[in-house]
Design a binder for this molecule. Structure first.
Ligand code: SF4
Length: 390
């Protein structure tokens, strides 16, 4: 059977910067080693001795057969004095474990087609996605395979395609595109429950284009101007506390830079959302005029990478709410770092996106947790959740 294999240019243009990396993936976490690589490394004459000390069997599965232990600096024991991987230099790329061979490359499958991507937990991947020119040019090749797969429902395909079309519309402000996506997800939710036919998603999209052209969509968004500082504070405090409590060992120092910037803005031992929002409007937003498409790039990547709205086990409306929380958390991180540094450099921006995504991806149940917090903070309908953009 003929299928496609899609590779965006941000994947083609990525290459690991090794010892120049500001948060090397060879530090701070127990890299898993698959069974085959474990045996081969122990059998290699030049690596045998080091491997005996550096590898610890965990036998969780064939893919997680052993872990690399870390030295006192938190570095993988296979790194040499120049921070180069000795498995790579002495035995070549082939002997690297699957984790080391592939990270930060990843793929997802949809309807038997493969879509390549990169994890934003790698700073260089974040740089290529957020700052390189033309990161979303798609290269497609046809492949043949007969592997079984489950077809995506029509509502998921339509909701995905229309979200993408709204995000790439150059004449639509990002906040308005997100408002339109929120409205489409509400409709998609009804379709996914069998309450409406899937053609109603397309009709809603056409209607939204008309509302955009006559200025109604903007008026709709401007109408969502409730004062939600207290709710925002509750959501941000709960999520940040949870991320802080569960922070992964990788990138801890970088996480602490952001956390400290948050603490610096606290008043009477609580987070002051008004200060964060002021920093956003007065420092971060003006600094980001140098990167006007930063958030649209991020959201295009997000929709593609997550296969939005089929994210985890969320409903379309829940997936939209989690997407807005990701947007909101990044906005808060950028605000506190901008307040601390009185501006935002490219490396500050990379810090915020990479640290947030490293923390987020290390928690399998993150999105469910976010939904619970949103429900508690009363961000339970479209007007309320859209105030996270204001
Ligand atoms: S995090 Fe990315 S750039 Fe850094 S060492 Fe790992 S793969 Fe290379």
């Amino acid at each position: 059977m003929r299928h496609t294999h899609t590779r965006p240019s941000f994947v083609t243009n990525f290459s690991c910067i090794g010892s120049d990396c500001e948060d090397s993936c060879c530090y701070g976490w127990g890299i898993s080693i698959d069974k085959k690589s474990f045996k081969k490394t122990l059998a290699h004459p030049e690596l045998k001795e080091l491997a005996t000390q550096a590898l610890r069997k965990v036998k969780k599965s064939d893919t997680e057969w052993a872990r690399v232990t870390l030295n006192d600096d938190g570095a993988c024991r296979f790194l040499d004095e120049q921070n180069l991987c000795q498995i790579h230099t002495k035995a070549g790329h082939e002997l690297l474990s699957n984790t080391c061979k592939t990270y930060p490359r990843m793929s997802h499958f949809k309807d038997g087609d493969r879509y390549e991507s990169l994890s934003l937990s790698c700073p260089e991947a974040a740089r290529v996605i957020l700052f390189n020119s033309n990161p979303f040019h798609l290269e497609q090749i046809t492949v043949n395979h007969n592997h079984a797969f489950q077809s995506s429902p029509m509502w998921a395909k339509k909701a995905h395609d229309y979200s993408m079309q709204l995000l790439v519309k150059s004449d639509m402000q990002l906040e308005h595109a997100l408002t339109a996506i929120g409205i489409i997800m509400k409709k998609t939710e009804d379709v996914s429950k069998g309450l409406l036919g899937s053609e109603s998603i397309g009709s809603m999209y056409q209607q939204l284009l008309i509302l955009h052209a006559n200025g109604e969509l903007k008026r709709h968004f401007d109408g969502f101007n409730q004062d939600t500082n207290t709710q925002q504070m509750h959501a941000f405090t709960s999520i940040q506390l949870w991320l802080h409590t569960n922070k992964p060992s990788r990138g801890r120092k970088r996480f602490e830079q952001i956390h400290q910037a948050i603490l610096d803005m606290m008043e009477d031992e609580s987070i002051n959302m008004e200060h964060i929002n002021t920093a956003w409007h007065q420092i971060a937003k003006p600094a980001l005029t140098a990167h006007p498409d930063l958030f649209s790039r991020y959201l295009i990547y997000y929709v593609y990478h997550m296969n939005f709205p089929q994210v985890d086990a969320l409903t379309p409306s829940q997936a939209f709410r989690v997407m807005l929380v990701d947007f909101f958390m990044l906005r808060c991180y950028l605000s506190v770092i901008a307040a601390k540094n009185n501006g935002l450099s490219k490396s500050d921006i990379i810090l915020c996106f990479q640290v947030y995504h490293t923390s987020r991806q290390h928690k399998a149940n993150y999105s469910q947790y976010v939904i619970e917090i949103l429900n508690r903070a009363k961000f339970d309908d479209l007007p309320a959740i859209l105030t996270l953009l204001s």
